[in-house]
Ligand binder design. Structure first.
Ligand SMILES: Cc1cc2nc3c(=O)[nH]c(=O)nc-3n(C[C@H](O)[C@H](O)[C@H](O)COP(=O)(O)OP(=O)(O)OC[C@H]3O[C@@H](n4cnc5c(N)ncnc54)[C@H](O)[C@@H]3O)c2cc1C
Length: 562
């Protein structure tokens, strides 16, 4: 029997993870990616020297070791490695949709891998993961820092030194964050909240755990020292959440990291993306790049064009930028939630995801990310692989970014130097780095053509003058940057959001876009724009949740669900 055809729009980590899962379920899957290479937010910028000038090269193959600068443009902090292991373990007819998600051996504080290869047996065939310690070095504006490594003893010692008044608070925070992690992640992580009933069932628990107040409010309950309040709330910024407004359920991130560690894919996150593509293709899937989708084709049950939103609307395929079309039994979008609905499906076919609803849904913030390569000779620095450099203001800066939507004079940043772990990513004697600065999304109407380069200069000057990378401006051999316009145009994200719909209470669980469309039959969403949300582990979870819904809708033989 000919296998059923699936189309996935977008080759981000969510789209690729779902592609692997659909192949294991017996679908014949084509992933259509508008860019020239897969990865989405995890696209790789490769820069080599040609005729004395450092410039970007477009090629699918990785650079030779030390041939040039390899920049992971997006995710760098890899968590929950067994999600990756599960994807690499899938086979046609072995879908592992009902297996336990958390093998006992990876649970528990002492199970965190501290050295060597932290990928499992299957992962190691495709990519090498290594643990990173500390997880983050968090610098405060007065020059002091906190090494967050998930180890309770070192955490206690550092709190005692920096904020002794908060030692007891940490113990209470730890216990309460663990309870949130156990209920919110281990037990409910994969729940697809498709109806109000599913949501109502968990509300009493969330109230009991105090997980609906804001994360920053939650942190303030336990810590009186502003430094500790920041250390135990900043992490949601890495998935687009404002600590001042995300619900405290996100305190689970602290525990997710602590339980399974933070890892790096040798060769960069791009090596993980390439591993996913290889696995997908080995299972028989097809990836087509330079294949932007312009619309989703809809039919009614008779195979004719539907008459508005009151007749059945079934996704039957897509039309591409070159005017060609492809048919399929189901279509999934891994693209931005708002733009998927507003640009690919005419409004006359949508009720639940109407333009009005989509437009008022708050979007996560955007970013300026500066990619730079610099000479390492004689460099003395305290920097680690992952560095958070907090500015002088925390709450007010967050209000500027998310609320007032203005470009503040000060900034906080996340500085990533992967060549400290994998020197092959830069030419010999050089480092490769990026620094990421949260800024308002394009609802701000800031003109990035005008503001971009001066802002970047200011960031690099700061790193130099404040001694993070002494003489950076003389050392610099390459720099480029992206801003909200890149997210809006290249990645087709509404208002240039960097992480999808903002993860606030009214856009979480049932209130977050659903993975099975309410408007269109056989149409699904996967990735940061859908449930459970943004971040690489979440989009892998999203792929499993969407695969479960598809298996249910297509009544897939339970013997292969595994
Ligand atoms: C700078 C940055 C740093 C980050 N750091 C981390 C981190 O350290 N750890 C972490 O866990 N998370 C991190 N994140 C978040 C994480 O990267 C994302 O949540 C995740 O990668 C999103 O994956 P996705 O599959 O949902 O979508 P995306 O990666 O956005 O992929 C969607 C794809 O769909 C394609 N597409 C869109 N529309 C169309 C169309 N019409 N036709 C064809 N293709 C289309 C796009 O081109 C894109 O390739 C970071 C994000 C950014 C931006």
């Amino acid at each position: 029997m000919e296998s059923r055809k699936a189309i996935i729009i977008g080759a981000g980590i969510g789209g690729l993870s779902l592609g692997i899962r659909l192949q294991s379920l017996g679908f014949s899957t084509t992933i259509l990616e508008k860019l020239d290479a897969p990865g989405g937010r995890a696209y790789v910028r490769k820069v080599v020297q040609q005729d004395g000038v450092w410039s970007e090269v477009k090629q699918r193959a990785p650079l030779e070791p030390n041939q040039g600068f390899t920049f992971d443009m997006g995710p760098t902090v890899i968590t929950v490695p067994h999600f990756i292991e599960e994807l690499f373990a899938l086979e046609q007819g072995k879908a592992m949709l009902s297996t336990p998600d958390y093998p006992a051996h990876v649970l528990g504080e002492n199970a965190r891998v501290r050295e060597g290869n932290s990928g499992g047996e299957q992962t190691s065939k495709y990519v090498q993961l290594v643990p990173i310690l500390p997880f983050y070095r968090i610098y405060f504006d007065d020059g002091t820092f906190f090494d967050y490594d998930g180890d309770p003893i070192s955490t206690r010692t550092q709190i005692k030194a920096l904020a002794p008044e908060d030692s007891a608070g940490y113990e209470r925070f730890h216990a309460d964050a663990r309870a949130i992690f156990e209920r919110g992640f281990l037990e409910l992580g994969y729940t697809h909240f498709g109806d109000v009933g599913s949501m109502l069932k968990v509300v009493p628990d969330l109230l009991k755990l105090d997980a609906v107040r804001t994360l920053f409010g939650f942190a303030k309950k336990y810590f009186s020292n502003p430094k500790m309040q920041q250390v135990f709330s900043f992490e949601t910024l890495l998935v687009g959440g404002n600590p001042l407004s995300v619900p405290a359920i996100y305190a689970m991130i602290h525990f997710v990291e602590k339980t399974w560690g933070i890892h790096f894919a040798m060769g960069g996150t791009g090596a993980l993306v390439n591993g996913f593509v290889k696995k997908f293709e080995e299972l028989g899937g097809t990836l087509r790049c330079n294949a932007g989708v312009t619309s989703i084709s809809l039919k009614n049950e008779l195979g004719a064009e539907p008459v508005g939103r009151f007749s059945r609307r079934i996704a039957k395929g897509v039309t591409l930028e070159d005017g060609s079309s492809l048919e399929a039994d189901l279509v999934v979008s891994n693209g931005d939630y708002a733009n998927t609905y507003m640009k690919l499906i005419p409004s006359k076919y949508r009720t639940w995801n109407s333009d009005a609803k989509v437009k008022i849904s708050p979007q996560s913030m955007s970013l300026v990310v500066v990619y730079f390569g610099f000479k390492a000779d004689g460099l003395e620095t305290n920097l680690k692989h992952h560095n958070i450099i907090l500015g002088p203001r925390y709450e007010e800066l967050l209000k500027d970014i998310f609320g007032r939507k203005i470009l503040a004079k000060d900034f906080s940043q996340y500085l990533h130097i992967p060549s400290l772990t994998d020197p092959s990513l830069a030419p010999v004697g050089h480092h490769v780095a990026y620094t990421l600065v949260p800024v308002p999304h394009n609802g701000s109407r800031l003109d990035w053509e005008l503001l971009g380069q001066p802002f970047v200069d200011k960031i690099l000057r700061f790193l130099d003058e404040r001694g993070f990378i002494p003489n950076l401006r003389e050392r610099l051999v390459y720099q480029s940057f992206i801003d909200p316009d890149y997210f809006a145009t290249t990645l087709s994200s509404y208002l240039g959001n960097a992480f999808g719909p903002e993860p606030i209470l009214i856009q979480s669980a049932f209130f977050r876009p659903h993975n099975r469309s309410e408007d269109i039959e056989r149409f699904y969403m996967v990735g940061a724009g859908a449930q459970p949300g943004g971040g690489t582990p979440s989009v892998m979870m999203s792929a499993k949740m969407t695969a479960r819904l598809i298996a249910e809708d297509f009544k897939i033989d339970s013997s292969i669900l595994g």
